[in-house]
Design a protein around this ligand. Structure first.
Ligand SMILES: [Zn+2]
Length: 300
């Protein structure tokens, strides 16, 4: 089962593009190997609007969001998670508009206690603080538009998706992306939770997924099911690799991710580690000490 990714490079940067009666997007010019064509910041509503994922803190992007909403009232700034391509513009946009920032937590706020010492993650926005926390089921808005938080830990421990019932649309942040699989980086990223959070989406009444990177996804259930089966297949590959004597992350990545461009190998290593931690939790493999990129793994 292949994942029906959409590879559409025709993106307009730093200008509002109409997507549906209630949704516009302004895509930041921060394209790259992890951000694809750039971070999409969504404007939801007309006249009174919410902004989902204000994106990177660059003057061009903040100016573009303010220009796109000129004459409108920004009532809320919602943040799916605290990665630097999603959350840093929240504070300057809040200062410029007076709108409060809502999110699950500061970075790492959803992580299980007792996972060991603090590890600095590349790409995390440690400065982020919401004015108000949003948890699973919390919502803002009214009959015109409503956005409901769906807690989806996995990509990060504080990841929220936002459901817009008026358009049966889910804003998926980086939980589900239109162009590639999400990167799961331990310790804040957690593969077991990620899989649970994918399954959770199957219960929603959905017509569209709108990820922050890549095109809208028109057939949500099939897409999500394909993502789940892809991860399960990858897990089996890793289990098979360990059983076959490939006992380090480096050896596994060389074998399993051979088709992946080398620039993405550090991310692939961390994804492999995320699977290994999940497999340890399932009592299928073991390693001495706490699992790291340098540990040696064997089947149980
Ligand atoms: Zn992210």
């Amino acid at each position: 089962l292949t994942i029906p990714f959409i590879h559409d490079l025709s993106v307009t940067h730093e200008q509002a593009v109409e997507l549906s009666p209630l949704v516009r997007v302004v895509t930041a010019a921060n394209e790259g190997p992890y951000t694809y064509t750039g971070t999409g910041s969504f404007i939801v509503g007309r006249g009174r609007v919410a902004i989902i994922d204000p994106g990177p803190d660059t003057p061009a992007h903040i100016d573009a969001l303010l220009a796109a909403t000129k004459g409108e009232d920004i009532s809320h700034i919602l943040v799916t998670h605290t990665h630097r391509d999603h959350s840093p513009a929240a504070r300057p946009l809040s200062e410029a508009s007076g709108a409060p920032i809502l999110a699950f937590s500061a970075h790492g706020g959803g992580r299980h206690a007792g996972l060991g010492g603090e590890q600095v993650e590349e790409g995390a926005d440690y400065d982020f603080q919401p004015h108000k926390q949003m948890h699973d089921g919390d919502s803002i808005g009214d009959t015109e538009w409503r956005l409901e938080a769906v807690y989806t830990p996995g990509h990060t421990s504080n990841h929220l998706c936002f459901y817009l019932p008026q358009e049966k649309t889910l804003f998926t942040g980086d939980h589900v992306m239109g162009w590639a699989t999400s990167v799961i980086i331990p310790p804040d990223g957690d593969m077991a939770l990620y899989m649970e959070s994918l399954n959770k989406l199957l219960k929603l009444d959905l017509e569209f997924l709108r990820p922050c990177h890549g095109a809208a996804i028109p057939d949500p259930k099939n897409f999500i099911k394909a993502l789940i089966s892809h991860r399960k297949a990858r897990e089996q590959e890793i289990l098979g690799a360990v059983a076959g004597g490939l006992d380090t992350v480096a050896a596994m990545v060389e074998n399993i991710y051979a088709h992946v461009p080398e620039v993405l190998h550090p991310a692939a290593s961390r994804s492999a580690l995320a699977h290994l931690i999940d497999l340890i939790g399932q009592k299928k493999i073991i390693c001495k000490g706490s699992p790291t990129l340098a540990s040696r793994y064997e089947v149980l």
